[in-house]
Ligand binder design. Structure first.
Ligand code: PLP
Length: 431
């Protein structure tokens, strides 16, 4: 492709498009991506960039995995789409069966939708309506954690931390109780809420958007115990952590707990197609069974259980098993983390270098006067500097992290770590 064509695409984009999480007044031009394979994005000008963040935590086995591509191709030629009310199809049933074999014990039902925020909405609505059906309609307050991110729709925003993304909407969000990720604070809040509490929602082991904040297994187990003690359901949002990111297929599995509800998206299709799922135990499903038709779960989306998404989801699950995706991600994370630890030992610019499975992260101490947090002005400069060096990174404010797909080679891991170390040095220059 010529540079002229490339300029064209960016100009056409600039004329008409509105991008997610983008300040159009100040951000650099979008990258024109022509194609992708494995861990590499190819730009229209021929440059190659390592996708070190799995295209927003979605791409699992690498871009264009042959088995996933084949599954989509076969399915689109057989059954592209059909409504899911009053019909069923092989890909939807087979994926549900496949998922239920590998998720933590006790989950028996799969409700499909098409993005992570919606998987969370569905979970919240199922829990709320279940309380209504079981004669406790006063239970409507969800407990969530500081820094939580569960998506951008109104319900998922309500159980997220409003600062900084959701402040304009805060007065419109339903009531939730947010507490620090700390056992005593949670216990106290549950005591206070008493029978007004509907349930607890959290991101097990790693809070992604909060800045890759990591929890201990003991914390996850404590949360499970407290929910049991107070008789309330535990919703695990594994939209990011699911499918091997923590080095186990699921974070809940790694922590040896079963949630009452499990939310999956991003990696569900290997990151190649919009599909999500909300998995529940039979107790919730049964609470909706009635001769009374108004007690059904009145929620659904046009593309619920889209056959292409389900077919590629099933293929992705097979690849996870055959290629040991969690094990590969664990190795990738440990390679990057080891290089970072070597290159950044005793570096005063770096705090809390950490890792969980395939996720390696650190907090940068911003140069004098610059603020921390998501809107830290460090972020755009770091992103641009990484890109110049051939690596796609998207720091969460002053949190620098890598979360690459399972296709990432040892050389690519080393390059990612090298660039991250260079970014730390850049902060020194700015100081
Ligand atoms: C990304 C994410 C979501 C939202 O998923 P979308 O598909 O972007 O709507 C929800 N929860 C967590 C933990 C996430 O990382």
């Amino acid at each position: 492709m010529t540079n002229e064509r490339q300029g064209d695409l960016v100009a056409r984009d600039r004329a008409h498009l509105w991008h997610p999480y983008t300040q159009h007044a100040t951000e650099a031009a979008p990258l024109p991506v022509a194609s992708a394979s494995g861990s590499i994005l190819r730009l229209e000008d021929g440059r190659e960039v390592i996708d070190a963040i799995s295209s927003w935590w979605a791409t699992l086995h690498g871009h264009g995995h042959p088995q996933l591509v084949a599954a989509m191709r076969n399915q689109v030629e057989t059954l592209d789409h059909v409504l899911f009310a009053g019909t069923t199809h092989e890909p939807a049933v087979a994926l549900a069966e496949g998922l239920l074999e590998v998720v933590p014990a006790g989950l028996t039902r799969v409700f499909y939708s098409d993005n992570g925020s919606t998987a969370v909405e569905v979970a919240l609505k199922m829990v709320r309506q279940t309380w209504c059906h079981s004669g406790e309609p006063q239970r409507r307050i969800f407990l969530c954690l500081d820094g939580a991110y569960h998506g951008d729709t109104f319900g998922s925003m309500a159980v997220g931390d409003p600062d900084p993304f959701f402040l304009p909407f805060e007065p419109m969000l339903f009531e939730a109780r947010r507490v620090p990720a700390q056992a005593e604070a949670i216990h106290q809040a549950l005591e206070e809420l008493g029978d007004r509490c509907a349930g607890v929602i959290f991101e097990p082991l790693v809070q992604g958007a909060a800045g890759m904040q990591m929890q201990t297994v003991a914390f996850v187990q404590e949360l499970r115990e407290q929910c049991d003690r107070f008789g309330i359901p535990l919703i695990a949002d594994e939209v990011m952590t699911g499918f091997g990111r923590t080095g186990s297929l699921f974070a809940c599995g790694k922590a040896e707990i079963s949630p009452d509800i499990l939310c999956l998206a991003k990696g569900l299709t290997g990151g190649s197609f919009p599909l999500s799922a909300t998995l529940t135990s039979e107790r919730f499903f049964n609470a909706f069974l009635s001769e009374d038709r108004t007690r059904a779960f009145f929620h659904g989306h046009t593309f619920t259980a889209n056959p292409i998404g389900c077919a590629v989801g099933l293929a992705s699950l097979e690849v996870c098993r055959r290629e040991d995706t969690p094990g590969r991600l664990e190795n990738i994370g440990s390679t990057i983390h080891a290089s970072l630890a070597r290159g950044l030992a005793n570096n005063p610019r770096v705090e809390n270098l950490r890792r969980m499975g395939g996720i390696a992260a650190m907090d940068l101490v911003p140069p004098g006067g610059m603020e921390r947090g998501y809107l830290s002005s460090l972020q755009p400069a770091l992103r641009a500097a990484a890109l110049e060096r051939g690596v796609l990174l998207r720091p969460l404010g002053n949190v620098l992290y890598a979360l690459p797909p399972a296709s990432t080679t040892v050389d690519q891991c080393e390059r990612i770590a090298e660039v991250m170390i260079e970014l730390v040095a850049l902060c020194d220059e700015k100081a």
